[in-house]
Ligand binder design. Structure first.
Ligand code: NAD
Length: 238
């Protein structure tokens, strides 16, 4: 309980808080993460998910990529949960300056967050590889097989696939936000995917709060470590 009191106090005193999160914040919205016991990496597919969600696989086996992507990575009915809503409220109150996320589901924006830096892109944005025309998520869902543009080109999601670099501008803005933060909350991420996981090294303060269900390789860096569910801890903590 003492830790939760500290969490409340630090958040209450914060004027420039940044949240840096991953797939764990959306599990309570019904979207599986990658590395939990019931995450995608523990399920059996013909190829491991990290192979399917890669640049090479997309290029060589586009139809199979889309079969997996539609079945396992698109969750159009998912709603923001208590954790997404708590962060949106902190931004409205002028306490939180940015959400930096590895997620591609758009749930922070759906909850009302405005400054959301999406390190790995979003399923809500898609473009034609031939002419650059853009498409929304319903277009991808309603298409069959490989989604195609009216020009005949293949459409791809604006999602960073394994083997592709992160967008430089987003990474730069995320690093600047973390460097300027008085308090950094890291949550729902295994901190296993680089370069995103390296972002916490830009934090210069002494209030790094780490909230996760399981241990991470960076637990020792935390000034305050809380083990548990983000929805429960954040809605209780604010
Ligand atoms: P990860 O699957 O590697 O790790 C998720 C972590 O969150 C685990 O350590 C788990 O213990 C913890 N966790 C799960 N539910 C939690 C909860 N309710 N409260 C607190 N902790 C919880 O995810 P990652 O670190 O984000 O990296 C995986 C990659 O997967 C990212 O690049 C991301 O783009 C992608 N991904 C995104 C989504 C999404 O957009 N919702 C879903 C799956 C994977």
């Amino acid at each position: 309980m003492e830790r939760r009191e500290t969490l409340k106090r630090w958040i209450g005193e914060s004027q420039c808080l940044v949240f840096f999160g991953g797939a764990g914040i959306s599990t309570e919205s019904g979207i599986p993460d990658f590395r939990s016991a019931d995450g995608l990496y523990r399920q059996t597919y013909q190829y491991p998910p990290e192979t399917i969600v890669s640049h090479d696989f997309f290029t060589r086996h586009t139809e199979e990529f889309y079969r997996f992507y539609r079945e396992r990575m698109l969750w159009p009915d998912a709603e923001p949960n208590a954790a997404h809503r708590a962060l949106a409220r902190l931004e409205r109150e002028g306490r939180l300056s940015a959400v930096v996320t590895q997620n591609i589901d758009g749930l922070h924006q759906a909850a009302g967050s405005r400054t959301v830096l999406e390190l790995h892109g979003s399923v809500h944005r898609n473009h034609c590889l031939s002419c650059g025309r853009t498409f929304d998520l319903p277009y991808i869902q309603q298409s069959e097989g490989i989604p195609r543009c009216i020009c005949g080109g293949v459409i791809r999601p604006d999602v960073v696939l394994y083997g592709e670099p992160l967008e430089e501008d987003v990474m730069r803005r995320a690093a600047a936000a973390v460097a300027a933060a008085d308090t950094l909350i890291v949550g729902g991420t295994s901190l296993a995917v680089y370069p995103a996981a390296g972002l916490i090294d830009f934090y210069r303060g002494s209030r790094l709060i780490l909230i996760n269900r399981t241990a991470t390789p960076r637990d020792e860096r935390a000034d305050l470590l809380l083990r548990g569910s983000l929805g429960d801890i954040l809605s209780d903590g604010l």
